[in-house]
Design a protein around this ligand. Structure first.
Ligand code: ATP
Ligand code: MG
Length: 398
């Protein structure tokens, strides 16, 4: 059977080492979903049939980190890349609404896939064997639907973090939530109390960074009130307009400032403390909230803000004010433009040949694509920034 996907060499090596030692190894979870969507996975998770000690033994000669032996997870380092290999697992009963009481190693891939949260995240891929899809994940990917594996009420009762994960995948992937799953989100929302602030914050950030924040904020208001308590104080009208502004902003701290900008400034700090955000996030959200309603009358005022808080903060404030008022501010824009530094040589470009090779740009195309990226960045058509350049590189290659 012809291989379905092009995989990076270090991933192929890891799979081959497992197989050579007599163990089954599959790519699982988010990377299979992303490969099927035609998106480069952020990372590759591997599930293996053997216990963690056997994984370690198979990778002697490589650097191995004992990440979580109790949970079956070993990290191996290949060509400078970290890869997590986890033994097929079944989760035991859940008494605390968040963590399984015990984790058992399963002999079978099927068991490992059925403990996963959503159908689109519960597929496996093994080169030569194709995709294992027991719950209709491919179909849901095609239909662009987030749906729990199994009974959603049971799955949210086992682990309430999945409630927020359902919303975050809907936003990040721009997918609908299956009606049965969406109803269970609202029915089981109070179980979020069992979830740590840090884990809620991780999901919330990804949700704000995605495409659907506005409609999710509106449909699932009671869920958001359980994660950002001051939202309860907004009237319906205030809430809808705050959600609309937040939905236009992809940066999570800026989106939170937009959501809370009709409330006293202290509420932004309180919300950040309750979510146990990192300090940089807290400072950014509070700074933006404090300046949300002002305007810079002169370039000098914007330059002073820039000097005190940096370019990213000024750009975020500009986005926030535009989202709240619906009008871009030419004064701030002009000051931001003064700060743009264009690359003048390949050395100043934010990606190099190795970065491009990793996303599959190889051989004679490499030099051509690098030079085309330099021209675009020098013209200001694409930002001299890693993610933007890699996306442009993929387009140039095709
Ligand atoms: P991303 O690309 O954002 O990292 P992902 O699908 O890789 O998305 P992770 O949070 O990294 O998401 O989790 C990896 C995989 O582990 C998921 O695809 C899913 O199969 C499984 N998983 C993670 N968290 C849970 C959970 N709380 N309950 C059940 N399965 C989970
Ligand atoms: Mg992941």
């Amino acid at each position: 059977m012809k291989d379905l996907f092009v995989l990076p060499d270090y991933v192929k090596t890891a799979l081959a080492v497992c197989e050579a030692n007599g163990h089954e190894a599959y790519l699982v979870g988010g990377c299979v979903r992303d490969l099927l969507r035609g998106v480069i996975p952020a990372d590759y998770d591997i599930a293996v049939s053997c216990p963690p000690e056997a994984t370690e033994a198979a990778f002697r000669g490589f650097r191995v980190i004992e990440t979580g032996m109790k949970h079956g997870t070993v990290t191996v380092v290949i060509d400078g890349h970290n890869l997590e290999l986890t033994t097929f697992r079944v989760d035991g009963t859940y008494r605390d609404g968040r963590h399984p009481d015990e984790v058992t190693f399963a002999g079978r891939l099927e068991d490992d896939l059925s403990r996963r949260d959503f159908t689109i995240n519960a597929m496996a891929y093994r080169p030569g064997c194709g995709v294992t899809d027991l719950f209709g994940g491919r179909d849901d990917l095609k239909k662009r639907i987030v749906r729990c594996v199994g009974d959603p009420d049971v799955r949210f009762t086992e682990d309430a973090l999945r409630i927020l994960r359902a919303l975050r995948f809907s936003s990040a992937l721009d997918f609908d939530i299956d009606p049965g799953t969406a109803e269970a989100v609202l029915r089981q929302k109070d179980r979020l109390a069992a979830v740590s602030a840090e884990r809620k914050f991780v999901e919330l950030k990804k949700l704000f960074a995605g495409n659907r924040a506005e409609s999710l904020l509106v449909t699932f208001r009671p869920v958001f009130e359980l994660t950002v308590a001051p939202l309860k104080k907004l009237t319906e009208e205030q809430y809808l307009s705050a959600a609309k502004a937040a939905g236009k902003l992809r940066d999570p701290a800026t989106a939170l400032a937009a959501l809370l900008c009709r409330l006293p400034e202290e509420d932004t700090e309180e919300a950040c403390r309750a979510l146990k955000t990192d300090n940089a996030f807290l400072r950014r959200a509070c700074l933006l909230r404090a300046h949300a309603h002002g305007t810079f009358e002169t370039k000098g005022q914007a330059r002073v803000f820039l000097g005190a808080n940096g370019k990213e903060a000024l750009a975020a404030l500009n986005d926030l004010r535009a989202a709240l008022t619906g009008r871009p501010d030419p004064v701030t824009r002009a000051v931001l433009d003064e700060t743009t530094v264009y690359p003048t040589s390949l050395r100043e470009l934010a990606v190099n040949g190795r970065d491009l090779e990793e996303i599959g740009v190889k051989g004679p195309a490499l030099g051509r694509v690098l030079n085309a990226l330099l021209s675009s960045a020098a013209e200001g058509e694409v930002e001299n920034e890693r993610e933007a350049l890699l996306t442009a590189a993929l387009k140039l290659q095709n």
